[in-house]
Design a protein around this ligand. Structure first.
Ligand code: GLU
Length: 494
């Protein structure tokens, strides 16, 4: 295949939001295009007017661009290549359907809904495996057809499928899949409202847009023989087909809303990094042939091939996504994470409070190794943003000893005299006290942590005190010295 002619498309129907399965399809198309120096276009398949949802396209485009999937062609919109809309191409489909009618490959059908209903019921009564149109209107005379058209009788146009033939789909993922035309209905191509069906518009556009590879979800495999018939009837070359495996819940049922989120925007709102979601979605049905799991977009582009896409359904394992989110947080610089933290703060109870970038970066650096989500810093370590309002009882019980008050007071005295202390200054001060008092480091570290944060664990103690700064730490230690001894006493008495 000539590398320069690799062209793929992502062709969603705007049904409201971008499904994670849709993101996977878009991503694989994108990776395939970039890996092969090809092009990817976005085509909105919006010919089903009943399913039209207000704002769905904007939502789709927003989710795709957040995820970093950019398109290479199309009408320019806000500096990016916007989508092609099928609803703006109706005359093209009409012209093509007329050609099929003239060639005897498609025909007008004027059957009423009642007739079709009766036909279906009759076929069900006979226990036929599948309801199929009986080609009744294929046998209308030209005069009858013209009369019906002149009197504007409601009609559709159907594909004229020749029974008793075999159609083969050569699928990159699934190999050769055989279908028999006996099982293929005379599919409607043009609906009574003049809009094309998915099958017609999809094939015409893939041809006119010179799509070389059709990469889409497995649920479209059963439509592919109809598409192949259309290509043959138009006398067009076939694209290469690749159908991606189903996405499954951990119990192996088809991924559904009932068992968790399926919309990309939900994952975004929950605070997943786009890099983690992309990494995770890339591994839903593909691997590079080793057990590597951490990927960034560049490496995915470098490694991605259709040959390494699996046939078997891919299980959507949220724990793995969470783990990847933590891994991506660890690989990022604090400058990259800063806007994420600021955004989370703006949604939290600390939204009115001012924190300098420098402060937030120090917080990030101390917590980066310990979190799954950036928002964990706010929910689990609120002491960075406000003084503790209580002290964890278990920790008080375990860590507040008889000498804690004296040791902490000594430490307080010493640091009050320090000018602009560095992290090392705090460390030297603390160590000199425990040495003098001849006790272990923990004897002072644990009460100090409790005083500063109200809890028993967190980042390194010298990081914590340095980040909070002398003034804030002094104030917190003073409050703690007034409060914790009493708490400790009452806990002991209980
Ligand atoms: N419009 C179809 C969808 O919603 C596209 C299927 C295809 O890629 O051919 O997924």
């Amino acid at each position: 295949m000539d590398e320069n002619n690799i062209r793929v498309r992502f062709a969603p129907s705007p049904t409201g939001y971008l499904h994670v399965g849709g993101l996977r399809t878009a991503l694989y198309n994108y990776l395939f295009a970039k890996h092969n120096n090809g092009k990817i276009v976005l085509r909105i398949e919006d010919t089903d007017r009943n399913r039209y949802v207000e704002g769905a396209v904007e939502n789709l485009i927003d989710s795709l661009s957040w995820a970093g999937i950019k398109f290479d062609e199309g009408p320019v919109q806000g500096g990016n290549f916007g989508p092609y809309y099928q609803s703006e191409r109706l005359t093209i489909y009409r012209e093509h359907v007329n050609k099929l009618i003239n060639d005897g490959k498609a025909y007008y059908c004027f059957c009423t809904p009642e007739r079709l209903k009766n036909l279906r019921e009759e076929q069900q009564r006979l226990k036929l495996p599948q309801a199929k149109y009986d080609k009744h209107c294929l046998h209308l005379s030209p005069q009858e057809i013209n009369k019906n058209l002149e009197t504007k009788k409601s009609h559709v146009v159907r594909l004229n499928v020749k029974p008793g033939e075999k159609v083969f789909v050569h699928d990159v993922v699934r190999g050769k899949v055989e279908f028999n035309t006996d099982n293929i209905d005379d599919q409607i191509l043009l609906k009574s409202d003049g809009f094309p069906t998915y099958h017609l518009a999809n094939v015409v556009d893939d041809h006119l847009m010179k799509i070389s590879h059709v990469i889409r979800g497995e649920e479209w495999l059963s439509s592919t023989p109809k598409h192949i018939l259309l290509y043959n009837y138009f006398n067009w070359n076939l694209p290469v087909f690749a159908h991606l495996p189903l996405l499954l819940n951990p119990d192996k049922s088809k991924l559904s809303k009932r068992q968790g989120d399926v919309a990309v925007e939900d994952y975004r709102a929950k605070g997943y990094l786009k890099e983690a979601l992309i990494n995770f979605v890339a591994l839903l049905g593909w691997n590079a042939g080793d057990d590597k799991e951490f990927y960034e977009m560049d490496e995915l582009i470098e490694k991605f091939t259709l040959e390494r896409v699996n046939k078997a359904g891919a299980v959507f394992n949220i724990e793995k996504l969470n783990w990847l989110n933590g891994e991506h947080i660890r690989r990022k610089s604090v400058d990259e994470l800063l806007p994420v933290l600021k955004n989370e703060l703006s949604k939290s109870k600390f939204k009115g409070k001012q924190f300098s970038d420098n402060y937030l970066k120090l917080v990030l650096k101390s917590m980066q190794e310990r979190i799954t989500f950036i928002k964990d810093i706010i929910t689990n370590s609120s002491y960075f943003f406000e003084p503790p309002s209580s002290y964890d009882e278990k920790t008080v019980k375990k860590r507040w000893k008889d000498d804690s008050e004296i040791l902490l007071s000594k430490f307080l005295n010493e640091i009050e005299g320090l000018e602009n202390p560095s992290k090392e200054d705090f460390e030297i001060t603390l160590k000199s006290i425990v040495e003098k008092e001849n006790v272990g480091l923990g004897r002072l570290i644990h009460p100090l942590r409790l005083a500063l944060s109200g809890v028993g664990q967190g980042p390194g103690i010298f990081d914590l005190i340095f980040i909070l700064g002398k003034e804030e730490s002094v104030s917190r230690i003073k409050t703690a010295l007034k409060t914790i001894p009493g708490i400790s006493k009452s806990l002991k008495n209980n």
